[in-house]
Design a protein around this ligand. Structure first.
Ligand code: NAP
Length: 241
């Protein structure tokens, strides 16, 4: 059985990635933080896709909690390893920096950037030993160009892109690739409340993207066909830069 872990797999892009990986034959470990019902729904979709899954609830922004959950999974699966990691969990708490509370700065960086460290580090050793691994980090157009009102989110995603490039060079010899995906506007809970009609005028493709479109890109990056792509950040944004 091949195992994949998707953080923030209960909803949105993470859920679509879980289903895609299930279609590719992975047993999918679904991480989430609070939404049991939605995580359960993702699990059912994985089963409908003909694969297996399991729930692994923990807060990626908390280092000890993340490590404990991953160690518990490893103990329950002796001899197995997680060969695909999709660091997808993320939130946004937008405000101009002038008005931004420290809590909102810390939360967005905690989940989006520290979460990468907390989850990736414990999984690197098993991947290195097996000389096989795929890591995909969910960045954003905001991390590439910076967006006003999103200093926290842009910093988290920009940091994630830089960490992707650094780690890719550290582990390439071990058969592990590390890439980032930078979506533009994708129709999920995260963009609820945004003025889609107005915003899509700024997108050359004149529409928001779908979570399944992002999942296809992730599916390609974790496949054997993408073995020579590493340290990249690939945009999926309908032409919005
Ligand atoms: P979403 O629908 O709001 O889903 C967020 C997911 O992250 C949920 O599964 C949530 O779990 C999980 N999560 C939140 N905090 C967590 C924590 N502390 N620990 C573990 N899991 C946590 O978001 P989305 O739109 O699918 O976004 C997914 C990723 O794509 C994010 O990194 C986001 O920044 C990025 N992105 C999204 C867009 C877009 O337009 N949607 C564009 C660019 C980049 P619960 O269900 O338990 O809350």
């Amino acid at each position: 059985m091949k195992y994949a872990l998707v953080t923030g797999g209960s909803r949105g892009i993470g859920r679509a990635v879980c289903v895609k990986l299930a279609q590719m034959g992975y047993c999918v470990v679904i991480n989430y933080v609070s939404n049991d019902a939605e995580a359960q729904k993702t699990l059912e979709l994985i089963q409908e896709a003909g694969s297996q899954g399991e729930l692994l609830k923990f807060d990626v922004s908390k280092c000890e909690e993340s490590v404990a959950a991953i160690e518990a999974w490893q103990e329950a699966h002796p001899g197995e390893f997680i060969e695909v990691l999709v660091n997808n969990a993320g939130i946004r708490k937008d405000n101009l920096l002038l008005w931004m509370e420290q809590e909102d700065w810390d939360k967005v960086l905690g989940i989006g950037l520290h979460g990468f460290y907390n989850v990736t580090r414990p999984l690197l050793k098993p991947m290195s030993v097996k000389k096989r691994g795929r890591i995909v980090n969910m960045a954003s157009v905001s991390g590439l160009k910076g967006l006003p009102g999103q200093c926290n989110y842009s910093a988290a995603k920009g940091g994630l892109i830089a960490a992707t490039k650094a780690l890719a060079q550290e582990v390439a010899r071990r058969g592990i690739t590390v890439n980032a995906v930078a979506p533009g506007f994708i129709r999920t809970d995260m963009v609820e409340g945004l003025d889609e009609a107005e915003l899509k005028k700024t997108i050359p493709a004149n529409r928001f993207g779908e979570a399944e479109e992002v999942a296809e890109l992730v599916g390609f990056l974790v496949s054997d066909k993408a073995a020579y792509i590493t340290g990249e950040c690939i945009s999926i944004n309908g032409g919005l830069y």
